[in-house]
Ligand binder design. Sequence first.
Ligand code: SIN
Length: 329
Amino acid sequence: MTSTNSTRLTVLATGGTIAGIAGSAIAKDYRAGEIGIDDYLEKVGGLGLGAQLSGRQIANIDSADMGPGVWNPLHAAIAEAMADDGCRGIIVTHGTDTLEETAFLLDLTLPADKPVVVVGAMRPADAVGYDGLRNFANAVRVASDPDAAGRGVLVVMGDRVFAARDVRKVRTRGTEAFRGFPRESIGLVTPASLEWFGAPWRQGRAAAFGWTTELPEVVIVYAHAGLDAESVRRQIGDATRGIVVAGLGEGNMPEAVRTALVEQARNGVAVVRASRTDEGLVDREPEDRDNGFIAARALNPQKARVLLQLLLADGISDPAAIQQKFDRR
Ligand code: SIN
């Protein structure tokens, strides 16, 4: 617990580099998810952040291992904190590698009544220039702000606030590893200040999807020069309900792969064309209708996969109906 201030925030810890330890300032490797939430809150206790923080350990993992096993208890803990009248906002600490997928999944399945802020760090806690303290202090500033509600799930990294739909990790190293597309950051934050660009857009709106503990199998096929239909077929099993193509440029793929995927679409598998490039829209093409394909629009492959899983879990499997939902994201 920190401070005597009445703003009470719930901190849900899942691990990652923000809770990582290297053991020495010159060590090249480190272990993510080492520091427990109680020790972490003791560490930030002296910063004078002006909020009362109550912590809960949901997991302590490298986010490479993130998935339904952690998402289920995490979602339940957030729902519980949202229902707690005394809790003003929720902070989720998370590894940066899959942070965007968790943030987007939560964004689609939670109401926007209270701020939910996902935060991580690029350097382990004992590194020189550890960014986790600053990012965390920034997250406290955002989660304490009543104006943060109604914007969906937010991500705070490197003095910037991103919307879950837009945020993506674009660099392997360095503290400026996150960007937003198509919107860049939606706010600027320091431990002492917060500037929003624009008004809340989701006020009073319910979650787009109910929570489900069963997400259907959706695979991502990474397109490249020389990709053949056989290696694509090897990725697809009997349980596969959807395929997202991390396509070339604007969602393109070799002709043989296209033919193989048209066959999958005819068999009722949802096929989404996204792009393996960092940024840019994948728009609908005239032949998508005949092929039974869906265009991912602004979503990158890993986020398109999350949305497709939720749609399929919700019983939406017709390509035109799926396309409509992608058009609205
Ligand atoms: C992880 O994603 O858990 C490791 C990498 C990071 O947090 O930056």
